[in-house]
Design a protein around this ligand. Structure first.
Ligand SMILES: NC(=O)c1ccc[n+]([C@@H]2O[C@H](COP(=O)([O-])OP(=O)(O)OC[C@H]3O[C@@H](n4cnc5c(N)ncnc54)[C@H](OP(=O)(O)O)[C@@H]3O)[C@@H](O)[C@H]2O)c1
Length: 392
């Protein structure tokens, strides 16, 4: 079905923000891995930068260039009209993202991003989900390290457990990596918008249909020692548990009563305490405009970890799933989470939407719902590991 959808448009995939740090890595991945005949283009606000980027890419003669600027909504609508799938890395999304979501929802183009911003995702649901359902557009947020390994890891874990019974899954994240200027700016922006984030979540709650006859929740939890993984577990209030929960709401396979908890796993208590203190200090500083400005000057847009640093980086998400008398331990793991693997997950998700036979979905959907099995298969083939470590 995906293969035929809107085949009359000039491009299968348009990558917007291709000249940024994450965008360039995604463009390089697509150039190296796109199947022959894929019609794709890089897009951004600066044509010279786009030309220079294209010069460096293999298969450059086949790659189109489109100019668009977030301050010009008509240029974003034109991107959507030219593409079957639009993938964007132009963040912070709460500031830059909405017009493109609107354009895709309205023209029926599939949309994906690497946003990890709950406020943005909730507002896009409230404002554009209904229109996207009418046109058949799939709006898939969080297609990077936020939240692909967590969403697909929970989905994979559920598949190892019995059907039709209450299930619990706990996810434990460990990683050794650093971040880019764009990510830092988005995170600081979010830290400063706690009230707006809560208001967007409430508005979403008023619009979202109630789940009838089933339950899916991601409750707040306290730090604790988790003997099942031999580490201190610190609750991680990222977008990931919300995304996992949305997949559970949408898919019957997660059972009649599903609960997910999301943690950072830290080996030693002093490191755990230090981590909590550092995040607390950053949160506090983000509330004070001069401190926020000083912090955001520490890392410039377009900057990020070097190829050498990324080559040494890694991530692992371990899951413990239980239900119906069975307990499974699974793991999703790979290399540099924030950039190399994010570019891979994002590009493979775009390719899946453009090329794979997927379940019919529309509106705001998670990666597990829109393309779960197909994307796991793609990621495994490209080196991200999904494994069952033990089952009892
Ligand atoms: N989910 C995840 O795991 C994950 C991982 C990595 C990054 N991210 C997110 O991805 C986003 C990008 O990060 P990054 O490090 O790649 O940032 P970046 O290097 O600063 O790139 C931002 C991109 O946005 C473009 N842009 C900015 N203003 C624009 C405008 N007015 N019109 C059109 N394009 C505009 C920039 O274009 P120019 O090149 O012309 O300046 C650039 O291409 C951030 O929100 C970050 O949080 C998420």
């Amino acid at each position: 079905m995906s293969r035929l959808k809107r085949a009359d448009r000039p491009y299968d995939i348009v990558l917007f923000g291709a000249t940024g740090f994450a965008g360039e890595l995604t463009a390089e991945y697509l150039a190296a891995h796109a199947p022959e005949g894929l019609r794709w283009a890089i897009a951004g606000r600066n044509e010279d930068k786009l030309q220079r980027l294209r010069e460096r890419l293999p298969g450059r003669a086949e790659i189109g260039i489109l100019r668009a600027d977030v301050s010009d909504p008509a240029s974003l609508r034109a991107l959507a009209e030219h593409a079957r799938v639009v993938a964007t890395t132009v963040g912070p999304y709460v500031r830059h993202g909405e017009a493109l979501v609107a354009g895709c929802a309205d023209t029926g183009a599939d949309y994906l991003d690497i946003s990890g911003e709950p406020e943005f995702v909730d507002l896009m649901y409230v404002r554009h989900d209904a229109r996207a359902r009418e046109t058949g557009a799939r709006l898939v947020h969080a297609c990077g390290f936020d939240s692909v390994p967590h969403d697909l890891g929970a989905y994979f874990t559920v598949q190892q457990l019995p059907e039709g019974v209450p299930l619990t899954v706990d996810g434990y994240v460990t990683a050794d990596a650093t971040f880019s200027g764009g990510t830092f700016a988005s995170a600081l922006g979010q830290f400063a918008r706690g009230r707006q984030m809560a208001a967007a979540a409430r508005e979403r709650g008023r619009h979202e249909p109630r789940l009838v006859g089933r339950r899916a929740k991601a409750p707040a939890s306290a730090p604790r020692f988790a003997p099942e993984v031999g580490a201190w577990a610190l609750p991680l209030p990222t977008i990931d548990p919300q995304i996992v929960c949305r997949s559970a709401r949408a898919l019957e396979r997660y059972g009649p009563d599903f609960r997910y908890r999301h943690y950072a796993a830290v080996r030693s208590l002093p490191v755990a305490v230090g981590g909590v203190a550092a995040v607390g200090a950053l949160l506090a500083a983000a509330q004070v405009p001069p401190a926020r400005r000083w912090l955001s000057g520490r890392l410039k847009p377009g900057e990020g970890p070097s190829a050498e640093k990324r080559a040494r980086s890694w991530f692992s998400v371990r899951f413990v799933g239980e239900g119906g008398g069975r307990r499974v331990f699974t793991e999703v793991s790979g290399g540099d989470p924030g950039y190399d693997e994010t570019a891979k997950m994002f590009a493979e998700a775009a390719l899946a939407l453009a090329l794979d036979d997927l379940p019919p979905t529309s509106g705001q959907v998670t990666t597990a719902v829109a393309m779960g099995d197909a994307l796991i298969e793609r990621l495994r083939a490209s080196g991200i590991r999904f494994r069952v470590a033990a089952a009892h």
